[in-house]
Write a protein that binds this ligand. Structure first.
Ligand code: NAP
Length: 262
């Protein structure tokens, strides 16, 4: 047997790595950004939010002893994303990790939906992920290494009972297949691309007071009988980004409490 050089727990260590997280001012992106810092990464935090969301994330990261920068930008702008990557590399170092979590959700019956509502969903949830990956990969290709995780949704795999959101579901199915396609474009050049598809997760996106009836249904429909917490998205993201997943690319990791089994 050859000598074992593998140090299993250290495979998840991100010390010295630099990450960019979109949607880092709220919900899943915010908690993943915090988790990456807890694993040792310095993190560029991007969001369009103008509230204190990014500052909350940045303050947590400072307390964890890591560096961060805050970037107010919209993922529908390719030039803003290119600029964000440049700023990240200038201030934090070579970018090799990225999590693209910025996204929106809303609903409307297909027969009533204005073209503009459909288009905005695609612009943010699908084109926004494309432009983010493109800007990140341009830097990573220069370094010959990188790992990208896009936050898709189980809605890219199943149709949520009772939710009229064909545009959202289509955008997420697009993210899953686009990510596999990019994974194959870059597979021999050191870059891995995977998706996480969360099930119903307790975030500001779906815990608004008017959603109380809806969230009860979400809990009942989920085999684990509850929604995910944002903490439960951190482990899957760290795994996919880290050296624990060096042979994992083009995968969609469902994190859904068993939802898609039924
Ligand atoms: P969230 O709390 O609303 O966080 C999303 C963040 O992205 C917000 O700060 C949002 O800002 C920002 N954002 C939206 N559009 C943007 C843009 N064009 N440019 C830059 N930032 C933008 O939602 P979340 O639940 O954490 O969702 C994160 C991701 O997980 C999304 O892609 C979502 O589709 C996905 N997901 C969520 C669930 C769930 O149950 N929560 C389940 C499956 C998948 P604003 O507040 O201004 O919009």
């Amino acid at each position: 047997m050859s000598e074992i050089t593998l140090n299993a727990p250290r495979m998840f260590d991100l010390t010295g790595r630099v990450a960019l997280v979109t949607g880092a001012g709220s919900g899943i992106g915010q908690r993943i950004a915090m988790g990456l810092a807890q694993c040792g990464a310095d993190v560029a935090l991007l969001d369009r939010r103008t509230d204190e969301g990014l500052s909350v994330t940045a303050e947590f990261i400072a307390r964890a002893g890591r560096r961060s920068i805050k970037i107010a930008a919209d993922v529908t702008s390719g030039s803003a994303l290119n600029e964000a990557v440049s700023q990240t590399e200038k201030e934090l170092g070579d970018l090799t990790l990225a999590v693209n979590a910025a996204g929106i959700a809303n609903a409307n019956p297909a027969e009533d939906m204005e073209e503009s509502q459909f288009q905005t969903m695609m612009d943010i949830n699908l084109k926004g992920v494309f432009l983010s990956c493109q800007a990140e990969a341009r830097a990573m290709l220069k370094h010959g290494k990188g790992s990208i995780v896009n936050i898709a949704s189980m809605s890219g795999v199943i149709v949520n009972r009772g939710l009229n959101q064909c545009h959202y579901n289509a955008s997420k199915a697009g993210v899953i297949h686009m990510s596999k396609s990019m994974a194959m474009e870059w597979v021999t050049r050191g870059i891995r691309v995977n998706t996480i598809s969360p099930g119903y997760t307790a975030t500001p996106m779906n815990t608004r007071p008017e959603m109380v009836h809806q969230t009860k249904l979400f809990e009942e429909q989920t085999p684990m009988q509850r929604m995910a917490t944002v903490d439960e998205m951190v482990g899957p993201a760290v795994f996919l980004l880290s050296d624990a997943a060096t042979f994992v690319t083009g995968v969609d990791l469902l994190v859904d409490g068993g939802f898609c089994c039924w």
